[in-house]
Design a protein around this ligand. Structure first.
Ligand code: 1HE
Length: 265
């Protein structure tokens, strides 16, 4: 096992990025944030899709509470100048960077771990996964973009329940609340995430970029501005690969969406 805080591996067009502090349940401290930042920037440069996962028996136990205690107790120096919160910066590179990310979740996906997971575009959980926002119990507040991202995924009612009562959601409950799109048997989340990533990598990078960068922004606009933005994007910009993709279909060379004889579940 590598002693790096975040592992990085390139598998063809897919970058595999693993949180690697299993003895601390992959809790995120400032060094992990820096290592994660390097990894996601590198993935954006050399891969078409990224997969986020956790080494060991959990995805991520959230904020490193030991480091947080040192700060709360005034033992760690506070930054002299205000700057953009490092977690926001990294999670935004994931959520609105050049490539899509799939998160493979298992065990604890709590606090900042859930915030990290919701920065990814697709989430797969195995049956061991559970989701929580124990900030209320710890006397702190979400700080990794959860007020925006987690709230947009699950809605206020569910987020308030999780934060106020400390309720944990199982993998199946997480699927019901749209935290995850796929639930697989324990131990299979990473394989499933890699399978999905390989599929996503077959799209054009340009379309993937529009799905991950344009859709969420349009979601924030009014109806009218959203349609205008869609018009600008669908009519005035064509990636170089587009004509070839369209020609493949028109000339009967495109892979069918559904193979002949396949029954959709
Ligand atoms: C940690 C952390 C951590 C474990 N920071 N060290 N997050 C939480 O409130 C979750 C806190 N963690 C837990 O509730 C549990 O550790 C787990 C349910 C995730 C896993 O339980 P378990 O029984 O497998 O492990 P453990 O025995 O509790 O912990 C193993 C070690 O990991 C232990 O260290 P050791 O030196 O005694 O071996 C723990 O101290 C350490 N550890 N979690 C630091 N989080 C930007 S704002 C985001 C706000 C939040 O993320 S709030 C949520 C914080």
């Amino acid at each position: 096992m590598s002693d790096e805080l975040v592992t990085y591996e390139l598998d063809g067009p897919v970058a595999l990025i693993g949180l690697n502090r299993p003895d601390k349940r992959n809790a995120i401290n400032e060094d992990v944030v820096c290592a994660l930042r390097d990894a996601v920037i590198r993935a954006g440069e050399e891969a078409d899709v990224g997969v986020l996962f956790g080494h060991g028996s959990n995805f991520c136990a959230g904020l490193d509470l030991k480091e947080a205690l040192a700060r709360a107790a005034g033992e760690a120096p506070r930054p002299r100048k205000r700057r953009r919160h490092s977690w926001h910066e990294v999670f935004d590179i994931i959520a609105r960077g050049p490539i899509p990310f799939v998160a493979a979740l298992h065990g604890a996906v709590v606090g900042g771990g859930l915030e990290l997971a919701t920065a990814a575009h697709i989430r797969v959980a195995d049956e061991s996964a559970f989701f929580g926002l124990p900030e209320g119990q710890r006397g702190i507040f979400v700080g990794g973009g959860g007020t925006v991202r987690v709230q947009r995924v699950v809605g206020y009612t569910v987020m308030a329940d999780m934060m106020l009562t400390g309720r944990l959601l199982t993998a199946t409950e997480g699927e019901r609340e749209h935290i995850v799109r796929y639930v697989v048997p324990t131990g299979d989340a990473l394989d499933k995430a890699r399978e999905l990533a390989a599929k996503i990598a077959r799209n054009t990078p340009d379309t993937n970029w529009r799905i991950t960068n344009l859709l969420p922004r349009i979601n924030d606009l009014s109806h009218d501005d959203g349609l205008f933005m869609e018009y600008l994007n669908s009519n005035m910009a064509r990636a170089p690969e587009t004509a070839e993709r369209l020609r493949e279909f028109v000339e009967g060379r495109a892979k069918p969406l559904v193979a002949p004889g396949t029954q959709l579940d």
